[in-house]
Every structure is written in C-alpha cells, then in structure tokens.
Write a protein that binds this ligand. Structure first.
Ligand SMILES: Cc1cc2nc3c(=O)[nH]c(=O)nc-3n(C[C@H](O)[C@H](O)[C@H](O)COP(=O)(O)OP(=O)(O)OC[C@H]3O[C@@H](n4cnc5c(N)ncnc54)[C@H](O)[C@@H]3O)c2cc1C
Length: 454
C-alpha cells in the first residue's frame, strides 16, 4: 500500500532526522527549508558552533542508521573543567563511570550529515530557500516565499509537521486556529543573553586547552563556557545579563570596557583569544528563553516537534537531544499505531509534553548550578561524593547522569528522582567537613530510605 505524503517545515537538525526516519518507513516526504543548502554555502558566518550530543540523541541517530556519528565526528568531553578567577583548573567529571562522556559536535556539520542521508532516499524531496509564511489549517494549505526571488507559492498538504525552530510559523498557525481559549503559549526569557566567541588553534595547530572537557569560567552571576571543535578551535559562549547586576552587556559599550571586563574575569582566556574584542563587537547577543505551549497539534493535520514545540535554555545541553528523542518516540508510536492513525498527533503530544516540560525546568536549574554553585563548598563535596557512589555502585546515577546518560529513563523521572537525591545529598554535605572515610554503603542505604523512588 502506498503511504501518504508528509510535509515538513524546517530542515534543521530535528526536521532532517524526522524526514530520514519517515523515508525509511516508506512515507513520501517533502521538506521545506528557509535557508539555502548549507552543504553548498559552508558554515553559517564561517564560524564553528558546536553542541553537546549525548545518549538520547545518539540513540536516535542509531535508529536512523547513523551509528558512528559521535565516534567519527565529535570530540569526547569527560567533565567540566572549572577555571577559577586566578586561572587554576579543576576537573569535575560528569560521571564516576568509565565511558560516560558527552560529545562536542559542529551544528552545521551534523546538519550536513543528516541532509546527506536524507538526499539518499528517492522518496524525499528537499526544497531550500523556501520560507513558510503561513499555514491555513482549515483548508490544508501552506504558503511559501522563495528567499531568492521572492516568488510566492502555495501547496496542499495532507499532514504537516513543523520542525521550524523556536519561532515556528506552524505554531503560530495552530494558535490562530485554536484560539487563546484552547491554546496557551508561555515564553519566559532569562535576564541573560549570550555571545559566541572563538579560541583558535595554536600556531602549532594544537588545541589551546584540554580538548576533552567542557571548560567553564563560573563567575557568580555570569559565566563563560568553551567546547572543542574538530578543527582544534573552541567555540566560546559568554552568558551575561543584558542589563541587570554589576556586570552586564549594556555596560560593555566601549572596546576598553570589554578589555577590562575580560582582564578582570577571564584573564587566563584572553591570551588564547587574540581577536576577542573584535569578535565581541561583531557577534550578536542571542536571547535565552523557554517556551511552553499547551498544544502541539491540530486535529490529525498538524504537529510540532523539536524547538518548534519546546524551545528550552541550553544549560543542560539537551535541546537537540530532546528534539532527536521526539523523533525516536514518534517512530515508536507509528509502529504502535500502525501508521498515521487519527489520534497519533494527540497521543504524541500527551506522551512527550511532560518530558519536555521537565527538561525545560532542569535546564533553568542548571543555569544557576553552572554559573554559581560549582564553586559552592557543599556542591563540590556532593559532586565528589556522587562520583564515588557512581564508581562503586552500578545502580547509582546522579541527576546529571540520569538526564544525560540514561536514555532508558524519561526526563520527568530523572527530574523527580534527581532533585530528591540532590536535596538529600546537599543537606548531608552541609553537615560534614570532608567526604573522606564515609561509609558509602551506609550512605546509600540511608539515602534510599529517605528519597522516594530511589
Ligand atoms: C547557545 C546554544 C547552545 C546550545 N547547546 C546545545 C547543546 O549543547 N546540546 C543540545 O542538545 N542542544 C543545544 N542547544 C539547543 C539546540 O540548538 C536546539 O534545541 C536544536 O537546534 C533544535 O533543533 P530544531 O531542528 O528543532 O530547530 P532549529 O535548529 O532551530 O532548526 C529549525 C530549522 O527550520 C528552519 N526554519 C525556521 N523557520 C522556517 C520557516 N518559516 N520556513 C522554513 N524553514 C524554517 C530554520 O532555518 C532551521 O533550519 C543550544 C542552543 C543554543 C541557543
């Protein structure tokens, strides 16, 4: 039996993966992307922007037969390398288990790999430079503007899936069709924005810092991070309040103020960034927000996935991983329902939303943890203790490990269990001087008695 045609808006990371999966399942897929083909244009802006890929995302890549992406195209990061104000370094491992790491991968490169895979299917049609401008859900019509020649076109669709990112046009169309009484969209922005900078490879062509770590310069109200790239550079991201607090982007107006700021807070990094002041003024400030929508679907016609459904702040490194996991569970649901059943969009929304809400909240929690708490004494003791617990007990997982390395556990479960563990352990660590000599078996048993569902 010939399967129906599926229209997808947005050939970013999630749209490309979804399209590949649907092609593999025999559907006819037509996908529309606003930008030109990045495989021809090279990386946007010529810069390497990278993302942390972890187990949930890797499982989805495996589902579509891209098993070797993390091994062949990413750099393993085994923990957070904390840079103190004085330039001292301290590695906080992500896990006490050998083999638990996250993977730094170029966003553009991963998108290219997914598009290459998609192009290999005869049942995929990819249109570039086609910006979706509106969707008429009542009449099954989608409208496009060609970004090169401004031509307007329209198309009839049967089922449409929006993977068109945080500012999704399909989301707006669903909202218009359902009305404010039936759909709630709530966006919360942090006071903080972000700016991307770059640490190039050294003159000898080496990494300027340890490449197998995610580097963090936690400075209380703000922080800077750096992830390695395959070309031996690092992508650096400064997270700073837009206009609040003692230090903020608004204050950094002059070249001298930027130099003074970096000298004061990131002294060990500026020597590695010869053009940081120029980069600072050339690169834009990005917004950081979480959007929660009460509806992701419209009847059996339209569905949102990835950032179009659930944009989150990047502090758990899970936005893409969560979007990839959407594809994994949608594929499972298709198998369960025997195809695009009448209810499949609603079922997907019901199942996934509690989990994307959970990772959205965890990501905000992690913002405070990364910029601030990694320097807190009780937190440092807790991290060291959890490292030992993970080394000694195969069934112990920290909250971070549950979110990042346990693709078999939902985000919502990881949040409930992880928060309960964290609270108990922080209380415990506040009461002790040192973690040396602690009876780990007794500690674990005590925690298990107090923490629900542990
Ligand atoms: C600073 C930062 C760091 C991050 N770090 C991580 C990380 O380490 N790990 C992680 O998992 N996630 C991370 N994320 C989140 C991750 O980038 C997103 O979750 C992920 O890109 C979502 O993929 P997507 O395909 O849903 O949306 P997008 O990547 O936004 O892709 C949407 C696509 O749709 C296209 N499009 C948009 N509008 C239209 C239209 N009207 N018509 C046609 N096409 C359209 C766009 O051009 C784009 O190609 C980070 C995000 C930020 C901002």
């Amino acid at each position: 039996m010939k399967k129906e045609k599926i229209t997808i808006i947005g050939a970013g990371l999630v749209g490309s993966m979804l399209a590949v999966r649907l092609c593999q399942l025999g559907y006819e897929v037509e996908i529309f992307e606003r930008r030109s083909d990045i495989r021809k244009e090279g990386l946007v802006g010529g810069r390497s922007i990278n993302l942390a890929l972890s187990n949930r995302g890797i499982r989805s890549l495996k589902m579509i037969g891209m098993d070797t992406v993390a091994d062949e195209h990413a750099i393993k990061m085994r923990g957070r390398m904390i840079h103190s104000l004085e330039g001292q370094l301290r590695l906080l491992s992500y896990s006490g288990r050998q083999g638990d790491f996250i993977n730094s991968i170029g966003r553009g490169h991963l998108n290219e790999l997914l598009l290459d895979k998609l192009s290999s299917y005869p049942n995929a049609t990819i249109h570039f430079n086609q910006k979706c401008t509106n969707v008429d859900l009542n009449n099954n019509l989608v409208f496009f503007k060609n970004e090169e020649d401004s031509q307007i076109s329209q198309l009839n669709f049967n089922k449409i899936i929006g993977t068109d990112g945080a500012d999704s046009t399909l989301r707006k169309a669903i909202y218009q069709s359902l009305g404010t009484n039936n759909m709630d969209i709530h966006t919360e922005f942090l006071d903080h924005g972000y700016k991307e900078l770059n640490i190039p490879a050294t003159e000898k062509g080496d990494f300027a810092m340890d490449p197998n770590a995610l580097h963090i310069w936690p400075r209380g109200d703000f922080m800077m991070i750096a992830l390695p790239n395959l070309d031996r550079s690092f992508t650096v991201t400064l997270f700073l309040s837009n206009d609040q607090g003692e230090e903020n982007f608004a204050k950094l107006e002059s070249r001298q103020s930027v130099i003074d700021f970096f000298n004061k807070y990131f002294h060990d990094a500026i020597g590695l960034m010869p053009t940081f002041d120029r980069q600072f003024f050339n690169n834009p400030i990005g917004l950081l927000g979480t959007t929660k929508c009460s509806k992701w679907s419209f009847e059996d016609k339209a569905l949102l996935m990835g950032d179009a459904a659930h944009p989150i702040v990047p502090f758990y490194g899970q936005g893409m991983n969560c979007g990839f996991e959407d594809c994994y569970y949608f594929s499972e649901l298709l198998a369960d329902q025997g195809g695009f059943s009448k209810d499949i969009f609603q079922l997907f929304e019901n199942y996934r939303k509690p989990h994307s809400d959970a990772i959205a909240d965890l990501a905000v929690d992690n913002f405070y943890e990364m910029r601030d708490r990694v320097n807190d004494i009780a937190f440092v003791k807790k991290a060291a203790l959890e490292f030992k617990l993970e080394q000694n007990f195969p069934d112990y997982f920290s909250k971070y490990s549950m979110v990042t390395f346990r693709e078999d556990m939902s985000y919502a479960e990881a949040m409930v269990r992880g928060r309960a563990q964290d609270n108990w352990l922080i209380d415990f660590c506040k009461k002790i001087d040192s973690i040396d000599g602690i009876d780990l078996v007794e500690l674990k048993n005590n925690m298990a008695q107090k923490v629900n569902n542990f």
